[in-house]
Ligand binder design. Structure first.
Ligand code: PA5
Length: 437
């Protein structure tokens, strides 16, 4: 199998050879520390060998439950926020039909999938309730802590909806919970109500949990081959075990983004040329944003869809403040798509494209903007992804997780906590009159 790789040739005019050399020892030391601590409790590093060590019994149960949901449900609602939903959403969007939920049932063959609990919008919830009316529903409530307010509120509402619709017993057979093995309110509810439950391992934090039941159950319900997801992640685990800059593309990415950051490149745009990668970008944004943005440090991660955003942010990238670098998700092998044909009248003057496929035009746009942005003073990192598939999704997830842990450690912050997220919660609880928080 081809590997995912990093091409940093379009960043070389912004970094010095000695800066890369200096990173060598830093990478080596951090690598040794991370690998030494993998099996220690409380280090939140269990994601590192998870593709090899994951619980096969639970994995089989995920597949069985996914089949049941496919058979008895028109709709699966996944309730969760942050790391408890973005990875699944990214995979479902990237690996399925672009208009998955809109396909005819006979074509899609699997339930529609909607996400909830990531906003507090009355409009969104009312619209969702309208969409699910009269349909057979299953719920997957995902929360590691089991007490995150936004998903907990939506779960209460939808749990009541299910119990009114089906009665308590049948509802309990349609509600699936993914949470901690023993801690938290959600675990208590699941045990009391008899819900089928999946476990998020202790030493895997929210944003590193997409390869557990958190991501795998919704993916499997949508028909994604989760064996392939784990096979890809397993290959990445092996490929990225090397501490040497030259042989580890995730570490190259981590090191170079830190070199760029130290030179004032404080914003990273993760750009794609495939709109189906939009939610994967959202997952990446959370992974890096929440892992690195602390102690008044960190690169601000943001995402762009090209060419769409070339017509909104292209001007800024080309000629605005030079505090940006771009990382491009470049898919190498894609279906050619529609071929442009010669038009007799050529009123639109596009006959120069005679014989070009949509894929070729997309590729030329990619090359054109890398060159333009690079000439305009923007370092470009290109992540080459052989193709869009479950295997490479798993690979990519592991690649970025390993890169993120390394990058945050180079920056000197803890990649696995998120103390800053608490501040708004304290204010919200005060405003909502919660007692004893
Ligand atoms: O990465 C994290 O830990 C967070 O983003 C969590 O995933 C998010 O806050 C949701 O938390 P929980 O799964 O406990 O509901």
């Amino acid at each position: 199998m081809e590997k995912i790789s990093l091409d940093y040739s379009y960043a070389l005019n912004y970094i010095e050879e000695h800066e890369i050399k200096e990173m060598g020892d830093i990478l080596d030391n951090i690598h040794r520390e991370l690998h030494k601590k993998i099996s220690l409790q409380g280090e939140f590093l269990a994601w590192m060998d998870f593709p090899e060590k994951y619980n096969r019994e639970e994995f089989n149960r995920i597949q069985e439950v996914a089949k049941k949901i496919q058979q008895d449900s028109d709709i699966l609602i996944v309730i969760g926020v942050g790391g408890s939903y973005l990875g699944a959403r990214g995979a479902i969007k990237m690996l399925n039909h672009s208009f998955y939920n809109l396909l005819d049932n006979e074509k899609r063959k699997t339930p529609q999938i909607y996400f909830a609990g990531h906003n507090m919008s009355p409009k969104y919830l009312n619209d969702l309730l309208e969409i699910i009316d009269g349909k057979d529903i299953s719920l997957n409530m995902v929360s590691k802590s089991g007490n995150t307010t936004e998903p907990a509120i939506i779960f209460r509402i939808l749990k009541n909806y299910m119990e009114e619709k089906y009665g308590k017993k049948i509802a309990s057979e349609r509600i699936y919970v993914t949470t901690d093995k023993e801690k938290g309110i959600l675990k208590k509810i699941a045990t009391k109500e008899g819900y089928e439950t999946f476990t998020i391992p202790d030493d895997i934090g929210g944003r590193y949990s997409v390869l557990t039941a958190v991501g795998l159950l919704p993916m499997a319900v949508s028909g994604i081959d989760i064996q392939e997801i784990m096979r890809g992640a397993g290959a990445a685990q092996k490929d990225l075990e090397n501490s040497n800059f030259k042989h580890n593309h995730a570490y190259q990415y981590a090191a170079i983004r830190n070199i760029l950051y130290n030179k004032g490149r404080t914003i990273e745009i993760l750009a794609n040329y495939e709109p189906s990668m939009y939610y994967f970008g959202q997952w990446w944004k959370q992974l890096f944003g929440e892992s690195e943005g602390k102690e008044n440090k960190g690169i601000f991660p943001t995402i762009a869809n090209f060419p769409t955003d070339l017509h909104s942010m292209g001007q800024y990238i080309q000629e605005g403040t030079k505090n940006i670098f771009e990382t491009i998700l470049h898919v190498q092998h894609m279906n050619e798509g529609v071929i442009i044909k010669k038009d007799k009248d050529n009123l639109d003057e596009l006959n120069y494209l005679d014989g070009f496929s949509i894929k070729e035009i997309n590729e030329k746009m990619f090359k054109a903007s890398v060159l333009a942005h690079n000439n305009g003073g923007i370092p470009n990192l290109i992540i080459n992804i052989p193709e869009i598939s479950a295997y490479y999704y798993g690979y990519l997830v592991y690649f970025f997780q390993k890169a993120c842990a390394m990058s945050a450690c180079i920056l000197g912050v803890n990649p696995f906590n998120q103390p800053g997220v608490e501040a708004y919660k304290q204010n919200m609880f005060a405003l909502l009159g919660k007692k004893g928080y």
